[in-house]
Design a protein around this ligand. Structure first.
Ligand SMILES: [Zn+2]
Length: 174
């Protein structure tokens, strides 16, 4: 089973569940509720500014924020980050016990708090390497070769298809 990222690095989907043999998106109603939640949340955040940039610049200077490149955490508790701030997130995750909060509803809040309090990766902290914050997913050695075409697929979803998602996030615990 091949796992793929769509639009942002981070979250991964079973390719067969999300796309048909022609490589088109399957109907959202054919996906499992978990996948549907994650796909629709992804559509909401794919064009968001980086959370860390936003903490720095605020809503007034939103245009100075870089766009998100990666998403970590669970839907509605996720953190989206630009490539530069991903380093800070990874440091928090590995060295500041963020790892222990995987799956916890405070996961992204805890990172935001740490970052807002001045938490940063030390100069030269490296090792950009995907960390898995999805407790159910399996580490995947496959490169995301098909990301480009998947992004195009995502962009080509019509309004109706998006509305067909019709997910009521109010039902979920935020
Ligand atoms: Zn950023």
């Amino acid at each position: 089973m091949t796992k793929v990222s769509i639009g942002l690095r981070g979250w991964r989907f079973d390719e067969e569940e999300v796309f048909n043999e022609e490589g088109d998106f399957r109907a959202l109603s054919d996906m499992s509720p978990d996948t549907r939640d994650r796909i629709s949340r992804l559509m909401d955040v794919v064009n968001d500014p980086c959370d860390a940039c936003w903490l720095i610049h605020g809503e007034e200077e939103k245009e100075r924020c870089r766009s998100a490149a990666v998403v970590y955490g669970e839907p509605l508790r996720e953190t989206v980050l630009c490539n530069r701030h991903e380093v800070d997130f990874l440091y928090w995750f590995r060295e500041e016990d963020g790892r222990e909060l995987v799956g916890d509803r405070l996961f992204s809040n805890a990172f935001h708090q740490w970052f807002a309090d001045g938490g940063r990766a030390p100069e030269g902290y490296g090792g950009i390497e995907h960390v898995d914050t999805d407790p159910d997913s399996v580490p995947d050695p496959e490169p995301d070769e098909e990301l480009q075409s998947l992004e195009e697929e995502l962009a080509s979803l019509s309004e109706e298809e998006r509305e067909a998602l019709d997910l009521d996030f109010d039902d979920l615990e935020v």
